[in-house]
Design a protein around this ligand. Sequence first.
Ligand SMILES: Cc1ncc(COP(=O)(O)O)c(C=O)c1O
Length: 464
Amino acid sequence: MKDMSYKAVMARQNEIMRQSLGINYDDYERGGIVFDYEAMMRDIGISIDEVVTIQRELGVGDTPLLEVKNITALARKIAEPGFGARILIKDEAANPSGSFKARRAALSVWDAKRKGYKGVIAATSGNYGAAVASMAAKLGLKCIVIQECFDSELVGQPEILEKQRKCEALGAEVVQLTVGPELFYHALQLLEETGFYNASLYSPSAIAGIETLGYEIARQCREDYHLLPDVVIATQAGGGNLTGTARGLLKAGLRTTKVYAASVDLSGLSMASDRDFNRKSFTTGHTGFGIPFASLPDRSDVPRNAARALRYIDRYLLVKQGEVFYTTEMLASLEGIERGPAGNTSLAAAFALAQTLPEEQTIVVQETEYTGAGKHPMPQLTFAKQNGVHVYIGDPEEEVPGESIVLPAHPSLIRVRDYDMGRLRASALRRLTADGGPWTDEELTYMAEEIHCSVEEIKAMIEH
Ligand SMILES: Cc1ncc(COP(=O)(O)O)c(C=O)c1O
């Protein structure tokens, strides 16, 4: 009998990872802090065109790129003359399980099947679980989803319950946990017991699956709209969405397109706190995940995270909860399209950003998910009120996460707010260099790639 205590299972972590993913991460360590990210991605062994073919066979991808003319017109009405960039949305709700996560799951589950695993396990807040369940159903593998569903009173946030229902409907066994640090332990335990594949959100296959999203945006912009996008906005949580998209744009040859992250500002709320768990209205795409993952990607459930967003982020935009609810309604009432909160986080940022850019420019927004009973503003706002959050109409600038949600009294009150990239890079650098120095040239080059700046800038930052 193996020792299944917390300490013993955690101590076997590397061995469990090797067995459950078929990857030896040590192969990519190059001494000191350097690790060969590109070699790890290359070793998946298939080209992006082959990924596209695999996804097509699974009914994933090739989603519409739609122009939201009425929203663009509204942005132009508010903006100074000559300003108001054109906004296009990439409608990822058209994927089988209703979100862009289908791209990630398609390649993970395909990888599990080619490596001979009988089933897959995903630890997730929901959309990804549904996507893995959907792909496992299609490819005939078993699926277990581990999800933090409740606070300690067993009360569940409507969006989380919505996603739990969807995972089950798609045939997964859902292990429902209360919020806390035991998620990873349970995942390891189940991986070891079942011998299933670790369908981690952060494996190289998962990220390669998202590259097709950027690749498609580039193709559709060229072929359908005869333009190159100036900005692509991706909602940021764990960073896979942005990383995969940016890599796909680069593989399509788009080197000048800027990639901006967008997250809901939940500063002040702790993601691990039982009390705060049900005082937030957004369960992904918020700063509670977005900022820590951008500055320390390897805090994930694999030894080396293939989602390394800071390598690609040009700007990091923050929006308020009330602005996202408003934008959700704006998309429905001006364009006749209802979509989920995660994608509308980017759309809210795009609406404000568009007003600062000339009319000739184009912003592509990743509209990353479907909406459903639990994701809709109505149950979300009702739940927020039940949890003592003050919901009112006014200036979103006044919003205090966990205490208030302020729906903008006028669309001009939706604003562009930048998270300080200097601060983000400094924090990432601090974590990378925690173990000392002096640094070799290879290490300095590696750091520069990791935090998306030059070696000279790194040297200056280290000196300070
Ligand atoms: C619908 C949707 N959009 C965006 C995101 C953010 O993606 P990532 O975690 O890869 O940054 C998520 C992830 O949780 C999601 O489910």
